[in-house]
Structures are given as structure tokens and as C-alpha cells.
Design a protein around this ligand. Structure first.
Ligand SMILES: Cc1cc2nc3c(=O)[nH]c(=O)nc-3n(C[C@H](O)[C@H](O)[C@H](O)COP(=O)(O)OP(=O)(O)OC[C@H]3O[C@@H](n4cnc5c(N)ncnc54)[C@H](O)[C@@H]3O)c2cc1C
Ligand code: SF4
Length: 470
């Protein structure tokens, strides 16, 4: 029986991040592991509510109060069992998820700080074993999975454990999707992915890296899953765009990750430069952390939207929906300036080389940034990183929606029979937790399509959306 007074005995507390002056000298993760006692105390704050809204906040439907109670008791094995029942890769989500479950925690409704669900999740995951679970009976059916991000990997694991022969095709030289070469090591060290790949291989999944699938006809499988992500980066056509020194954020991040992985020196480096990041989201924050580690002289991050409030505005975003608030990542603690409600009017340069950007205050109306007259000014810049979003999948051998995403029916099947889709390729640029949830759900549909016995868990439908005010 969970402790009903736990949240009164313990305040919300996270482990201290590594000190900034130390951590910007390396690429290791920012959070050290939490002490077991701290995790147990924090898990004690969970009230095991009659209606746990955190379940609805999490697209995977993670059984949060169950594993909180096991963690409270220090029963890490049972906690991991509950966690794995709904989530193939809690070591990824526990590190990287923005935790919509915490926004939906009932303690937040009661005016208290939510349970540190994500931290408890990663603490359980890091104590869990990665024992392979190969299928005892083979189905004789084969599935090709295109793309090895969290959606493709989750689907591959579900299908292999159900007895199907699974081949994962990945155009990069290593498995992991955005987790591998998009997200920097200070958020996710890559040995976590390697360990999972070993487990999946032991469960029968075959990985073919360096294979860019361009034609569905070239694949010989009973079913195919397109989990190709939404990697088509958005660009800008602002005057001066052709000056040298302006790059897509992903080009910068991929090179930085390759430097950490294999020591390949990046062609785009922030070292000794005044850096301006255009875009206030996750990708921009990752560029900020990389720029500091590369030795930037200054970093400025621009956001076209106004400074969000620091706390939930109940009239706009009532509990338990995901609130629009100022989100600061570990990278923001490391330095740099954030400027809100501004947009670039022109890239300025001499002899073809970027030297500054001209910005103006803006008001966003119907998604268009309208400049405020008389507010134009210049800031120095030798490197601009464009982190302004993504425009859907790059996969070309299937019709896509105007958003660049692959449509599917309610069973995740595309317009082409036997070809399914999941993750960012279907949803548009989103989150790891949604990619895993969609991968699991698409695997359930593929299993049914192949005539597999029993049913696999299917936490979301293609129409599922985050909790919202209707
Ligand atoms: C910089 C950055 C930081 C992020 N940080 C976070 C975060 O902190 N937390 C969070 O929850 N989410 C974050 N996200 C979002 C998250 O990474 C994605 O939502 C998630 O990775 C999507 O998973 P996916 O499997 O659908 O696709 P992806 O991870 O994009 O994987 C798709 C894979 O398909 C491969 N592929 C594509 N086409 C082909 C082809 N034709 N043949 C073979 N292979 C192909 C690609 O190479 C890629 O490896 C971040 C995104 C970015 C860009
Ligand atoms: S996956 Fe994300 S939303 Fe789900 S329990 Fe973990 S942190 Fe919360």
C-alpha cells in the first residue's frame, strides 16, 4: 500500500546536474545517476490515485503508479517488469522525454509539485537487465522495417518477439535514427543504443545499415513498415541566405555527433565564433549546448514567439493538459542569450561571408511574423544555425500529405497494401515517446495482418493526440 502522506514528507527533488564549468569540457551526460535513496523517497510522493491522469498524459500508457510503488520499496526488478510491459526503451524516454505525464500528475492539480516520474523511470531502466526474449515459435513471415529510429526499433522488437523475421534497413552507418546522430551525447550517450541493438540482434532482428531504400518494389517481405522519420529540414528564404556561414541545425548536430562517435572533425564548428541560433525549440537548445562545447565566443537563440509565462496559465491550459510555459533545458544553464518575439529580416555580410544579422521585433499573426516598425537592429554573427522545424519525410516512393507525412488508415496501413507507417514519418516531427507508442501500435497491426496468433499491445491509434482542451 503506497504511502498516502509521502508527498507531504518529501518535496520534489532532482539529482544535481554536473557543474556547468566541468560538463562543458566534455560530451558526457549532464545528469549523474540519482542515489537510490533519493529515487525511493521521490517515488514515495506518488499517491497511487484512483484515476491516475499520468497514464493519460503518457502516450505509452505507462503504468506509472505501479512502478513508483515498486521503486519506493526498492524492488527494482518488479519495477522494471511493469515498465517494460508498456515501454521498450525507458532508458531513452527516461532521459529525453519532456514528460507530459508530469504535467498531468494529480499533485499538480492539488497545487503541489508533480512526482519526478521521468527521473524514476530512468533510474529503474538503468538498473534493469537487457535479457533477450527470443520467440519460441517462428511465424515464417518476414517484415522489413525502413528506418531505425525509436519507432522502427520498437516495432522491430515487438514483431521479432512475436516470432516474425525482421530486417531493419537504415541508410546511416549506425542504428538509432535521431537518437544516434541528431541528439547530442550530453543528452544521451550512445552506449544506451548499442546495448539495445545487441539485445534486438539476439532476439533475431537483422540490421542492414548503409542501405538507403528508394523503392518499395526492391523489398521482398510479407509486410513493410515505413519509419523513416520527418527529416526534411525547413529552410528560410530571407535576403542574404546564400552567404557562407549559414547552415541547417541538423548539419551542425550530425557533424558534432560524428566527432564524438569517431573523432571526425566537424566542417561546421562554433569555435571562436559569434553564433546565432534561429528557432527556440529542442533542436535549437541542442545546438546551443554543442556550440558551448565547441568554444563559441557568444551564442544567441532567437524565438519568433513571445516569452512564455513561467507557470501554467490555467485559463489557457488547464491541468492536466501540456501547458505553454517557458521551458529551459540544461543547455540554457550553460550560457547564451535568449531573445523572444524577434525575427531575422536580413543576413548581412561582406565578400560573400556572413558578418551579422538584422533582426526586428515581431508579432505573430496567423503564423506570420509581422515586424514592428522602428525596431530593426543588427547583431554580430559568423555562424547562423537554422533550427526552424521539419517538413516531413524524405522517403519518396509513396504519396505524402501536404505536411509531407505518410497517411495511413486506422490500422496504420498506407495506400499501398502491406505497407505500414509509424513515428515521425506518419505524425510529423514529434517526440520519442510518440515514436515508440506508434511503433508498438503499428507492430500490433502488422502482426494481425500477417495472421499472427493473439494480439500485441496497441497504445495509440493513428488519430491519437496529446491531452487537449476540447
Ligand atoms: C535535434 C533534435 C533533438 C530532439 N530531442 C528530443 C528530445 O529531447 N526528446 C524527445 O522526445 N524528442 C526529441 N526529438 C524528436 C525525436 O528525436 C523524434 O521524434 C524521434 O526520433 C522520431 O523517431 P522515428 O523513429 O519516427 O524517426 P527518426 O528517429 O527520425 O529515425 C528515422 C530513421 O530512418 C532512416 N531513414 C530515412 N529514410 C530512409 C530510407 N529511405 N532508407 C533507410 N533508412 C531511412 C533515417 O536515417 C533515420 O535513422 C528531437 C529531434 C531533433 C531533431
Ligand atoms: S515516457 Fe514520457 S510521458 Fe511516459 S512516463 Fe516516461 S516521461 Fe512520462
Amino acid at each position: 500500500m503506497p504511502d498516502p502522506h509521502g508527498f507531504m514528507r518529501y518535496d520534489r527533488e532532482l539529482p544535481a546536474r554536473r557543474p556547468v564549468p566541468v560538463r562543458i569540457l566534455d560530451w558526457k551526460e549532464v545528469y549523474p545517476p540519482a542515489a537510490p535513496q533519493l529515487v525511493r523517497e521521490q517515488a514515495t510522493r506518488c499517491m497511487d490515485c484512483g484515476i491516475p491522469f499520468c497514464h493519460d498524459g503518457c502516450p505509452l500508457g505507462n503504468r506509472i503508479p505501479d512502478w513508483n510503488d515498486s521503486a519506493r520499496l526498492g524492488d527494482w526488478e518488479h519495477a522494471a517488469e511493469s515498465l517494460y510491459a508498456t515501454n521498450n526503451f525507458p532508458e531513452f524516454t527516461g532521459r529525453l522525454c519532456p514528460a507530459p505525464c508530469e504535467a498531468a500528475c494529480v499533485l499538480g492539480f492539488a497545487g503541489a509539485e508533480p512526482v519526478t516520474i521521468k527521473q524514476i523511470e530512468v533510474s529503474i531502466a538503468d538498473r534493469a537487465t537487457y535479457e533477450p526474449q527470443p520467440a519460441s515459435v517462428r511465424s515464417g513471415k518476414s517484415v522489413g522495417v525502413v528506418g531505425s529510429g525509436p519507432a522502427g526499433l520498437a516495432a522491430a522488437q515487438q514483431l521479432a518477439r512475436a516470432g516474425h523475421d525482421v530486417v531493419v534497413y537504415e541508410r546511416d552507418d549506425a542504428v538509432g535514427g535521431l537518437l544516434r546522430y541528431g541528439i547530442p551525447d550530453f543528452k544521451l550517450e550512445k552506449h544506451h543504443i548499442d546495448r539495445r541493438v545487441v539485445q534486438l540482434a539476439a532476439e533475431g532482428v537483422v540490421f542492414k545499415t548503409g542501405v538507403n531504400v528508394t523503392s518499395l518494389d526492391a523489398l521482398r517481405h510479407d509486410a513493410v513498415l515505413l519509419a523513416t522519420g520527418a527529416l526534411r529540414a525547413r529552410d528560410v528564404d530571407t535576403p542574404g541566405r546564400s552567404l557562407s556561414g549559414i547552415h541547417l541545425a541538423m548539419d551542425h548536430l550530425v557533424q558534432a555527433n560524428r566527432f564524438v562517435a569517431v573523432g571526425q572533425a566537424p566542417a561546421i564548428s562554433a569555435e571562436g565564433k559569434h553564433v546565432v541560433i534561429i528557432g527556440g525549440g529542442d533542436t535549437g537548445a541542442d545546438c546551443l549546448g554543442v556550440a558551448h562545447r565547441q568554444g563559441a565566443l557568444s551564442v544567441t537563440q532567437l524565438d519568433r514567439y513571445p516569452l512564455p509565462p513561467s507557470a501554467r496559465a490555467e485559463e489557457r491550459d488547464p491541468w492536466p493538459v501540456w501547458p505553454w510555459i517557458l521551458r529551459s533545458y540544461a543547455a540554457h544553464e550553460e550560457g547564451g542569450d535568449r531573445v523572444f518575439a524577434v525575427a531575422v529580416q536580413e543576413f548581412v555580410g561582406t565578400e560573400g561571408k556572413l558578418t551579422a544579422i538584422r533582426i526586428a521585433d515581431v508579432v505573430v499573426e496567423n503564423r506570420v511574423a509581422v515586424p514592428v516598425p522602428g525596431t530593426e537592429r543588427e547583431i554580430p554573427a559568423d555562424l547562423v544555425l537554422l533550427a526552424v522545424g521539419f517538413e516531413g519525410t524524405e522517403f519518396g516512393d509513396i504519396p505524402v500529405s501536404p505536411r509531407g507525412t505518410i497517411d495511413c488508415d486506422e490500422d496504420w496501413q498506407t495506400t499501398r497494401p502491406g505497407v505500414f507507417t509509424a513515428g515521425d514519418a506518419h505524425r510529423g516531427a514529434s517526440l520519442i515517446v510518440w515514436a515508440i507508442a506508434e511503433g508498438r501500435a503499428a507492430a500490433a497491426s502488422i502482426h494481425a495482418y500477417l495472421g499472427g496468433s493473439g494480439s500485441l499491445p496497441s497504445p495509440v491509434s493513428p488519430a491519437s493526440r496529446a491531452l487537449a482542451v476540447i
